[in-house]
Design a protein around this ligand. Structure first.
Ligand code: SF4
Length: 362
């Protein structure tokens, strides 16, 4: 063995080749291994049947082959399905498969979208989200991020063609591992998922938004905005104290100046908190500060036990009318069950909790 074994699904092809070369193997073996992992979806080194037995043994010494253990699945084939996975250290994470998303980002579509987690817990404590309730435990490794995609495709028997980083955790707080996972998911030798079918969501980590802007990747970025003044946003998202709106908007403007694509502002409409006509006016002013912004408004789904309330349709319409009059590109998504794009982690209360209740499998 040449060095400490690393999870093989956390490595790029170049890194696999380098480790195999250091162990005395020819370079082409790396491509064969990647083909087994991502094209043939082998579930162990032993299953890589056209490799010499000695090499398969050696792979087991050089690398770890860790598969996420399925603990439970909730939902059925034609509804949102929630997968609960146990990691090697016993931590639990969730991934959510949405068989069709008719209006995700305002585009008619029958894509199958997977929403994945990037951390165990979350340190950011957004008020509408259950992910942060127990605080943050650790970052996921790139293999644990890639592993969610591979396991859900395998367990569901369905091909996923859209990936959103909106599950448990703040993706940009686990920047290096998320970028490594995206490299593997995007690569032709890897999963081969187009970068434009990958959306990162952030609560507003300004420095990492700038860092992302400097990456060559063309992934989509969604900002969980939810408030258009510091006063409103701070009520909902404590991260605003660290990165106030002015700082966040400067980072967003930098992002859109570097990328030739829209940036999405997610805005959950909550009655009496951020859904007044003057809030819409503030949102217009915010949107005008960043070129290339689209706004996704999502009426909050009232959940028993929480203080927040979904605004009436009349209030929603009045809010949208202000955006429309100002010619700000904006959509309102009223469908229930497609709230997955509302905010990272929000689905855990808004979409998943009802699923748990109706299936009665908890
Ligand atoms: S919405 Fe996202 S960033 Fe905010 S607490 Fe939930 S998981 Fe963390």
């Amino acid at each position: 063995m040449t060095s400490t074994p690393l999870p093989i699904h956390s490595l790029t092809l170049g890194e696999i080749e380098a480790r195999l070369a250091a162990a005395g193997q020819p370079q082409y073996r790396g491509k064969q291994v990647a083909q087994w992992l991502y094209e043939k979806r082998a579930r162990s080194f032993a299953a890589m049947s056209n490799l010499p037995a000695a090499l398969r043994t050696q792979l087991g010494e050089e690398f770890l082959f860790q598969e996420l253990e399925q603990v439970r699945v909730l939902g059925s084939a034609d509804t949102t399905r929630k997968y609960l996975f146990r990691l090697a250290d016993g931590a639990l994470i969730e991934s959510v498969l949405i068989p069709a998303s008719p209006a995700l980002y305002g585009e008619a579509s029958d894509r199958r979208t997977l929403c994945i987690s990037t951390q165990v817990g979350c340190a950011y404590g957004c008020k509408f989200c259950a992910s942060g309730l127990d605080g943050w435990s650790r970052n996921l490794g790139a293999d644990e991020i890639v592993g969610q995609f591979l396991r859900v495709e395998e367990l569901s028997g369905e091909k996923i063609n859209n990936l959103v980083f909106m599950g448990m955790g703040e993706p940009l707080a686990n920047f290096a591992h998320v970028m490594q996972a995206i490299a593997i998911l995007n690569a032709p030798w890897g999963v081969g998922l187009g970068a434009r079918h990958i959306t990162l969501s952030t609560s507003g980590l300004a420095p990492q938004i700038r860092e992302l802007a400097d990456q060559p990747l063309q992934v989509r970025l969604a900002i969980s905005l939810h408030g258009a003044t510091d006063e409103v946003r701070e009520q909902i998202m404590p991260v605003n104290r660290k990165y106030p709106l002015a700082v966040l908007l400067e980072a967003c403007a930098y992002y859109t100046s570097r990328k030739k694509q829209f940036l999405t502002f997610e805005y959950i409409l909550i009655e009496g908190i951020n859904d007044r006509v003057e809030d819409a006016g503030a949102l217009v002013r915010v949107a005008r500060k960043v070129r290339g912004v689209k706004i996704n408004c999502i009426p909050y789904n009232t959940v028993e036990g929480l203080d927040w309330v979904r605004p009436s349709e009349a209030r929603q319409d009045a809010f949208m009318a202000v955006l429309e009059a100002a010619q700000i590109p904006a959509t309102l998504r009223r469908e229930k069950g497609h709230d997955i794009a509302a905010a990272c982690g929000q689905l855990r209360r808004q979409t998943l909790a009802p699923t748990v209740e109706t299936t009665g499998e908890e």
